[in-house]
Design a protein around this ligand. Sequence first.
Ligand SMILES: Nc1ncnc2c1ncn2[C@@H]1O[C@H](COP(=O)(O)OP(=O)(O)OP(=O)(O)O)[C@@H](O)[C@H]1O
Ligand SMILES: [Mg+2]
Length: 270
Amino acid sequence: MRIAVQPLLKVENLSIGFSQYFRGTQKRVIHPISNLNVDINEGEIVAVLGASGSGKSLLAHAILGILPTNAIYSGSMIYRGVELTKKRKEELRGREISFIPQSVNYLDPLMPVGKQVQIGLDKQSAQERQKMLFAHYGLKESDGKLYPHELSGGMLRRALFATSVREGVKLVIADEPTPGIHPKALKEILKQLRQFAKEGAGVMLITHDIMSAIEIANRVAVIKDGQTMEISAASAFSGTGEQLKTEYARRLWRALPQNDFECQELRWEA
Ligand SMILES: Nc1ncnc2c1ncn2[C@@H]1O[C@H](COP(=O)(O)OP(=O)(O)OP(=O)(O)O)[C@@H](O)[C@H]1O
Ligand SMILES: [Mg+2]
């Protein structure tokens, strides 16, 4: 692994709030994320681990600049040494910064999936490359002509993943890319994430699943209620968790079935 002096992406003190109406006309601001920190180096896979609702997708959307318009956002994001402004996010999104969204609804319902995978590829070779990607992720050539509603959930996730494989990608944000995927395609996806990192890209793998996180990540960021609890080497998730820094991470680790469900009350929410 190649570690650069300066992180590829450094997110500091990220806060995200939403203005909401309650009791009819009164307004309040809720803060699903407050003072969240995470950084990714070139060639590194960082897993972001957290329970449902802990703010993982919001973090991804903030990096990509696709938060809802009513979101109130503060904090610093430095990408390749320069502030990641709204304009820069728009320029880099889908090019240098690749996104694999959690929801398959990000696919265009009115365009055949093959065509969608071809977007952003070199025009001359787009069709060939798309066919190759489909074969790689266990999709048939004829699947390319189908519309999203004609594919199963697992097939859609694979098509979605194929849209992220582009030349020149420097940062990959993968938001739960693997649920419901056939083991063979899952292996291919994890292999591709490793390949991104091998080629020097930084990878943020958002997941609920500690085991897949520690299988492929270099470091793991544990998020709880929109805050970073701890960032540790993936290797710290071993034994009784004695190398972990916080009791929270240790309890998550020990609550796994293979670690004897030590803290039943903290079992990982899916
Ligand atoms: N547009 C929104 N308006 C108000 N609250 C929101 C909005 N989007 C997300 N939230 C809240 O922010 C919190 C974090 O949501 P987020 O989608 O980031 O969770 P997550 O960690 O990705 O969960 P999951 O693992 O289930 O995907 C949740 O409590 C959610 O209800
Ligand atoms: Mg999510």
